[in-house]
Design a protein around this ligand. Structure first.
Ligand code: FAD
Ligand code: GLY
Length: 374
């Protein structure tokens, strides 16, 4: 490890990886530090859905950010493959947002209407139409909003792909290195302190997921985040049960390479505990069985849990700390950090370069909660 870099990134998840990759493409000398192993927290646990229209539904700053990021995946998939040989397993076979109740059907038809009026592709499929496309679905399904552009990737492969592509472009990456504090001089960041010594840089980017708030200096402008645990499981079948992703209230099923089917996810706020519980997995299995009854014949693979970084207003933090020049924050991506990783890397790189960002990021600035009282 040298003692001076253009940029230091804290966190070896998908967002740290994407930022490292985008900075390295601009020729920056970058150090990325991870306190544990790479991509073992939320980014290794995620289902990999690129659900801009299914998760976010209505127009707004986050919807625009998500759509722009989703559009970056096809080129990224090629770049990562060329640099590292890693296949991020991009699948563009659409997403079915399922209704089971009359109320859900009414709501989803309204969202189809809102999105098509905003110029997005979205269509309503009747029960017969959706079951003819996905015959494994049960007749509990009343109909579905079909979103052609909401695809999926392998979240662990994308995360490792970014990190290995960054390393191929010269980024230095250290595992088991915890950043414990920052070094400042006259309101500017000058470096970091780790459990293995200090390192200098005029640009430090905090991409520590749900742990970011604990690390940032206590100032008048704190992050307002909380952890949200999610449990998932996966099974295997000889013939794939599904073609597209099935997204329903409290449960989604994502068909992966090699006959794997990923089922997620529970939502438990205010805990950093990553235990997989019988209660969590059995509640998911009940919901999955209701949607796809034949899942009971599948072979069990594994179960796991991860911690999503959520913010009090549901919007991520993307920007420079208003009290410390050169200290940048990229966290709070909650349920959409895989989807938002490409645009996050692009935005932070532009901010470091003091260039205009590709989208308006004023809704994501850190000082948004406090500016009225300062
Ligand atoms: P993380 O992946 O948590 O990485 C942060 C890293 O920083 C960690 O490795 C941590 O050890 C490290 N770190 C923290 N503090 C320090 C420190 N002081 N020093 C050094 N290192 C530090 N998103 C989607 O878009 N689509 C999905 O389908 C999807 N499904 C999900 C399903 C589940 C069950 C969960 C839990 C999440 C899901 N998400 C999904 C959300 C997504 O996983 C997260 O938003 C995203 O992974 C956050 O990435 P990150 O890099 O910001 O954080
Ligand atoms: N985006 C899916 C999840 O966070 O569970």
């Amino acid at each position: 490890m040298l003692n001076r870099y253009d940029c230091i990134i804290v966190g070896g998840g998908v967002n740290g990886g994407s930022i490292a990759y985008h900075l390295a493409k601009k020729g920056k000398k970058v150090l990325l530090l991870e306190k544990d192993r790479l991509a073992r927290k939320a980014s290794g646990a995620a289902a990999g859905m690129l659900a801009a229209q299914a998760e976010l539904e209505e127009d707004g700053p986050l919807f625009q950010l998500a759509k722009q990021s989703r559009a970056m995946f096809p080129i990224l998939a090629e770049e990562i493959k060329d640099l590292t040989g890693i296949d991020i397993e991009l699948v563009q076979k659409g997403m079915y947002k399922i209704s089971i109740t009359e109320e859900e059907e009414y709501h989803l038809k309204h969202i189809v209407d809102v999105q098509t009026r905003a110029g997005e592709q979205a269509e309503w499929l009747s029960q017969d139409e959706v079951r003819s496309r996905e015959p494994a679905l049960s007749n509990a399904v009343r109909g579905a909003m079909f979103i052609e552009k909401d695809g999926q990737v392998s979240a662990p492969q994308l995360s490792l792909g970014f990190l290995k592509a960054a390393a191929a472009l010269g980024v230095e990456i250290k595992e088991y290195t915890e950043v414990t504090s920052f070094l400042f001089e006259s309101g500017k960041v000058t470096g970091i302190q780790t459990n293995h010594g200090s390192v200098e840089s005029e640009h430090v980017i905090v991409a520590g997921g749900a742990w970011s708030e604990q690390l940032l200096p206590k100032s008048q402008i704190p992050l307002q985040t909380y952890p949200v645990k999610g449990e998932c499981f996966s099974v295997r079948t000889h013939q794939p049960l599904l073609t597209g992703t099935i997204f329903s209230h409290g449960c989604y099923l994502v068909p992966k390479k090699g006959g794997r089917l990923l089922v997620g996810a529970t939502v438990q706020p205010h805990t950093f505990d990553q235990t997989v519980t019988v209660n969590g997995i059995s509640s998911l299995l009940e919901k999955a069985k209701r949607l796809v009854p034949n899942i009971v014949h599948a072979e069990w693979e594994k179960a796991w849990a991860g911690i999503r970084p959520q913010t009090v207003d549901g919007l991520p933090y993307l920007g420079e700390h208003p009290a410390y020049e050169g200290l940048f924050v990229a966290t709070g991506h909650y349920r959409n950090g895989i989807l938002l990783a490409p645009i996050t890397g692009e935005i932070i790189t532009r901010l470091v370069e003091r260039e205009p960002t590709p989208v308006d990021i004023s809704a994501f600035r850190m000082e948004r909660h406090t500016e009225k009282i300062i």
